[in-house]
Design a protein around this ligand. Structure first.
Ligand SMILES: Nc1nc2c(ncn2[C@@H]2O[C@H](COP(=O)(O)OP(=O)(O)OP(=O)(O)O)[C@@H](O)[C@H]2O)c(=O)[nH]1
Length: 880
């Protein structure tokens, strides 16, 4: 009989010694500690008590609790096996089996309920996997459908490949998901690719990169469309379902139990995936069609041509290179190169004729032509110039016409101001230009301003045809302007109109009575007799001429007069010839520019617009223009400014070029001119007309060998710069109806006395200049006897010759004088004084009543009693 120790039993049962000891004691065995031994029957009892414990209430509870937590199917089965093998008592076995069956059921229920412990609970996990697979299949089908839809819309060309690829992609993603599913609990929500919110830009991008980046497109499309469609269909998905990155709104997605770490890894993977994708190619520019004709300008570069041809400049450079023209994109191309390019592209080339907008003369001509061809033409008032000989009554007639008495206040009685005004007869206006005779008329014509329609030739009935009358006829005829003869001063007793008519007929001005077509009117400007008839005749003539203008077009006109006003700045009198000028119009006037600021009519009333043949005064120019300058209206002030500045620049350039350059052609003239004396004049006047009148008069002063050089002429007060200029040019200043500024005056005094001459009458200015010119002539000299001497002694000195001791009877004798030696009333010799002494000293001059000793150069035969005349050359003043 063997005995077994307690610790061996505990070891066998896998429980603590203490427990076995206690159990043995419970069963009434005599044991003390784990070293105590038991008989076989006792051992079996103890083992049995441990292997088949009686299910107490406490035990049941604890068993149920633990099964909820840990008991597995296999462990139960193991226990069952063990129990079967050990063949414990029937009762206990039955109890145990019942208990176990109960526990199994509880366990199964718990497993399904809680879904915990999938690793060990195989049947539950298999169920779940089944569910998942089913779900994925549904998703695949759905994705397939969506992919087809997308491909139908966006990828018609490559629609066969893409769905497959999409499926592959989805499968790939799904397989990834499967792995994840094994580890995590499955939620009923979609486990799919990241859903990206669709946007027009993204769609566009997808379309653009479709050919290049199919992979990306597929992903984008598979993710974009389902959201849209499902939302539309209302299939239970919320609008935000599956949208990543939206906090709070993405509960379902969060429910997928993607840990942050996993998500990060996933994103990283995606990033890597994108990085591996081929880089996005630069988008190709869609080529626009070539123009039919390449309208080019010489000097354009490849970039300019690229814009015109809708092609990349690089392409043009390449083409030129192939054609043998080496250039870059910025290099200017010549005509040949540009035309080569046009041929290369198979289109026509046409050179753009560059319109020089600074050429306002051409613009003026064009507009004049346009208005003459316009169907909107209406009748316009005639523009009349009154011409005639001095004092025949021009100013009186003009005054009579405008009911003013300007001539009474006119300094010197000469018409000096150029202006214009309108007179109405039978409500029909006539525009009169107030000019100083024919000079202004011809001056205007010389400068291309033909603004006069009719000339009224004033001839005094008591004076008849005079030189300036003839000049006026010639000017009018050369301008092809019809003449109306006004025989004036009919009120004067000696008036002889018949004689005047006879005289004028010689100049082909045949009156109607004599079968001609020249209108004659006998008037008295003073009394106003027949002045209205004269006006009627002017209107008749105008009707015959059918004078018309288009008031709708942009205005063009001519400057009649311009001046600088102290308060208003540059002021210009304009005659509008075509179109209508409005206040605010941007204009270029000659080389000046500006905007019509204030416009006043001939009565001084402010007007907003000026119609054809209307004279107006305007302000707003940057500088004083010149008479006969043309006015052109531009669309905007900026253009007007640039044109004006360009023209001023050109004028300056031209004036520099006009500085005399000696050529073989002008060599002789220049040499002659170089010998000429010049009188430098700086001319300032109140109005441009006076400046021009004075300038012309000065040029006409006929003093042989001298000419007037007008260094500067302008409108306005004499200022410091005029003084500086005059001082530098050794010129003097003529101010006509203007005064020097205070500073200019003091500067003139300090600057070595610059001469400022002020005039209010033209002829006085001319006389003074003439005198100055005469003063510049080389003086003429004549011999003049300045002293008489008598020879009283003679000495012959070797090496010196004969010395004469003489007494100064009258006048004086100087060392530089010539001497006439007179003997018996005859001049024997004329020569220079060799030496002149008082006693032993040399002297310059010996006066009357004194003795002197002198020698005569080259003459020694001097005798006592000879008479000597001291002769000097003295300047003789020119007669004025
Ligand atoms: N009796 C008479 N005298 C006249 C008549 N018309 C002009 N006069 C006088 O003739 C003189 C000259 O007249 P203006 O009008 O100054 O002559 P103008 O042609 O303008 O002269 P310039 O300005 O120097 O070119 C003045 O004294 C006028 O009073 C007229 O019809 N009858």
């Amino acid at each position: 009989m063997t005995r077994t120790r307690i610790y061996e039993i505990a070891k066998e049962l896998g429980i603590e010694n203490k427990v076995v000891v206690n159990k043995a004691k419970e069963l009434g065995f005599n044991v003390k500690n784990h070293m105590s031994s038991l008989e076989d029957s006792e051992v079996n009892q103890i083992k049995g008590s441990f292997q088949n414990p009686a299910p107490t209430k406490k035990e049941e509870k604890s068993a149920s609790k633990s099964s909820k937590i840990k008991v597995s199917v296999t462990s139960i089965r193991k226990n069952e096996k063990k129990v079967d093998e050990k063949k414990t008592t029937k009762k206990r076995n039955t109890n145990r089996v019942n208990d176990q069956a109960h526990r199994d059921q509880v366990n199964k229920k718990q497993k399904i309920k809680t879904n915990h412990n999938e690793k060990t609970s195989k049947p539950v996990a298999q169920d779940l996997l089944k569910q998942l697979k089913q779900k994925q299949r549904v998703e695949e089908n759905s994705l397939n459908q969506q992919t087809k839809q997308v491909s139908r819309h966006d990828f018609e060309k490559s629609n066969e490949e893409k769905p497959t690829k999409k499926i592959e992609e989805v499968k790939k993603i799904s397989s990834n998901e499967k792995q994840t599913v094994k580890k995590v609990a499955v939620t009923p929500k979609t486990v799919g690719p990241k859903i990206i919110k669709p946007s027009p830009a993204r769609m566009k991008q997808n379309q653009a990169s479709s050919s290049v980046n199919k992979h990306r497109v597929i992903e984008d499309n598979t993710t974009i469309e389902p959201v849209k469609d499902e939302n539309r269909r209302g299939n239970g998905h919320t609008r935000n379902s599956g949208k990543p990155g939206r906090k709070g709104k993405n509960q379902n997605y969060a429910g997928n139990n993607f840990s942050k770490h996993q998500e990060k890894r996933k994103n990283k993977g995606k990033k890597r995936q994108f990085e591996q994708l081929p880089k996005k190619q630069p988008t190709q520019r869609k080529e626009r069609p070539l123009p039919e004709t390449l309208v080019y300008e010489v000097g354009m570069n490849a970039q300019d041509l690229g814009k015109l041809l809708h092609r990349e400049p690089a392409e043009i450079v390449k083409k030129l290179f192939m054609l043998g023209v080496m250039t870059n994109q910025n290099q200017s191309l010549d005509k040949d190169a540009i035309e080569l390019i046009a041929v290369e592209y198979g289109i026509n080339a046409e050179e753009k004729i560059h319109e020089d907008i600074s050429d306002i003369d051409t613009l003026y001509e064009k507009q004049m032509e346009a208005s003459q061809n316009s169907k909107l033409q209406v009748k316009r008032p005639p523009v009349v110039t009154i011409m005639g000989h001095v004092d025949h009554g021009k100013t009186t007639l003009l005054d009579r016409l405008r009911h003013t008495q300007v001539s009474a206040h006119e300094a010197g009685g000469i018409t000096q101001k150029i202006g214009a005004y309108q007179v109405k007869i039978d409500n029909k206006p006539i525009t009169f230009l107030d000019t100083p005779g024919h000079a202004a008329f011809s001056n205007m014509r010389e400068r291309g301003a033909e603004i006069t329609d009719i000339v009224v030739l004033v001839v005094a009935a008591d004076d008849g045809v005079m030189p300036q009358t003839i000049e006026a006829i010639d000017h009018a005829k050369s301008a092809k302007v019809p003449i109306i003869v006004a025989i004036n001063k009919m009120d004067v007793p000696g008036a002889n109109p018949e004689h005047v008519t006879e005289q004028l007929m010689k100049y082909n001005l045949i009156p109607e009575d004599y079968g001609g077509d020249t209108i004659y009117v006998q008037i008295s400007a003073k009394t106003g007799e027949n002045v209205d008839e004269l006006l009627q005749m002017i209107l008749l003539q105008a009707d015959l001429m059918e004078l018309k203008a288009d008031p709708k077009q942009k205005a063009i006109g001519t400057v009649i007069e311009a001046r600088l006003s102290r308060g208003r700045g540059p002021v210009a009198d304009l005659l509008i010839q075509q179109g209508t000028l409005h206040t605010g119009d941007p204009i270029v006037v000659g080389n000046r520019f500006g905007r019509v600021r204030v416009m006043t009519n001939d009565r001084g009333r402010q007007v907003e617009k000026a119609t054809p043949s209307m004279p107006v005064e305007i302000t707003g120019l940057n500088d004083v223009p010149e008479s006969a300058d043309k006015i052109v209206v531009f669309d905007d002030e900026k253009t007007a400014r640039s044109v004006g500045e360009q023209r001023a620049q050109q004028a300056l350039q031209q004036s520099r070029e006009n500085v005399q350059h000696v050529t073989l052609d002008n060599l002789f003239d220049t040499m002659k001119k170089e010998n000429m004396k010049e009188v430098g004049v700086v001319l300032k006047a109140d109005v441009q007309g006076s400046v021009e009148a004075l300038q012309q008069s000065f040029e006409k002063i006929d003093v042989e060998g001298v000419r007037v050089n007008i260094i500067h002429a302008g409108v306005g007060a004499v200022n410091e710069s005029d003084v500086t200029l005059a001082a530098a040019s050794n010129a003097f200043i003529i101010g006509f109806n203007v005064r020097p500024t205070v500073t200019a005056k003091s500067q003139a005094e300090t600057d070595g006395g610059v001469d400022i001459r002020l005039y209010s009458v033209i002829y006085k200015a001319i006389d003074d200049v003439k005198a100055a010119m005469q003063g510049m002539l080389e003086p003429t000299y004549e011999d003049k006897v300045v002293g008489n001497l008598t020879v009283r002694e003679t000495w012959r000195v070797s090496k010196v010759g004969t010395i004469a001791g003489a007494f100064v009877d009258s006048g004086y004798i100087s060392r530089d004088a010539d001497v006439n030696l007179i003997r018996n009333g005859v001049v024997i010799y004329t020569g220079k004084v060799g030496s002149l002494k008082r006693f032993k000293d040399d002297t310059k001059i010996v006066k009357q009543g004194f003795d002197c000793g002198l020698t005569i150069e080259g003459y020694n035969d001097i005798k006592i009693g000879d008479e000597l005349e001291a002769v000097e050359q003295q300047e003789v003043k020119q007669q004025k």
